[in-house]
Write a protein that binds this ligand. Structure first.
Ligand SMILES: C[S@@+](CC[C@H](N)C(=O)[O-])C[C@H]1O[C@@H](n2cnc3c(N)ncnc32)[C@H](O)[C@@H]1O
Length: 221
């Protein structure tokens, strides 16, 4: 569903720009992040908690939305999760399929998921929601809620904003992106019908410019 104040042509241009930008950098991005998770125990801890909660609930597979080259999809699979990936960029999907032929990856948009109502036990959006213009984020969270089963879990990772209740555009190296104050995004999750479970903020490592945030929520009414 579109924001009634938004010109659909603007959204088309914006989404196309993101797709082309990630197609262009797909190989380099894949190499850059290939071994990153191995040095990030806090990231792995959040993914492990998420995978365990989804498994306990037993309500359906996990979709890794904005999966890029599939490293998070593959990591969750090693934890025993039933998981597949979706990404806007056909080049990213091709690389993910080549690297992890035992897993399923398809092209698709966060804003109009090729997934039926209530089919998923979990959603992870790991640094992908950052590319959605803030005015459209509530609609995307509504789309996440649509495809999640009751009690399904959602895990978001993103760069933190400097101000305590802000969303700020930043000079992401690939394409337009936004940093969020965790409490601002958490409020949107609550507005979309999610119940917050936990939030973690970690300090930037030497190779990072910003703090990193992780929000874990569930679709519990
Ligand atoms: C920073 S990368 C993160 C990739 C992956 N989650 C990871 O951590 O390695 C952002 C990814 O989100 C995808 N993306 C951005 N906007 C999207 C959208 N509207 N729908 C689906 N994927 C999107 C991009 O194509 C890109 O692969």
């Amino acid at each position: 569903m579109l924001d009634s104040t938004e010109d659909p042509a603007d959204r088309y241009v914006d989404v196309t720009a993101t797709r082309i930008a990630y197609d262009d950098v797909a190989e380099r991005y894949t190499e850059l992040v290939r071994h990153q998770l191995a040095g990030q125990p806090l990231d792995r801890a959040m993914l492990a908690v998420f995978a365990e909660l989804v498994a306990d609930n037993g309500s359906g597979p996990i979709a890794d939305l904005g999966c890029g080259p599939g490293r998070i999809t593959a990591h969750l699979a090693t934890l025993g999760a039933r998981v597949f990936g979706i990404d806007l960029s056909p080049r990213m999907i091709a690389l993910a399929r080549a690297e992890y032929p035992h897993l399923s990856f398809d092209q698709g948009s966060l804003e109009q998921l090729p997934i039926g109502d209530g089919e998923l036990g979990g959603i992870v959006a790991w640094y992908s929601l950052i590319h959605i213009p803030p005015a459209r984020v509530p609609q995307v969270l509504g789309e996440f809620s649509r495809v999640l089963a009751d009690k399904g879990h959602l895990l978001l990772a993103f760069q933190t904003a400097d101000a305590s209740d802000a969303v700020e555009a930043f000079d992401h190296k690939v394409t337009r992106a936004y940093r969020w104050a965790p409490k601002k995004l958490a409020r949107l999750l609550t507005d979309a019908g999610f119940t917050m479970i936990t939030r973690m903020v970690r300090e930037p490592r030497p190779d990072e410019r910003f703090g990193q945030a992780y929000l874990l929520a569930a679709k519990v009414r």
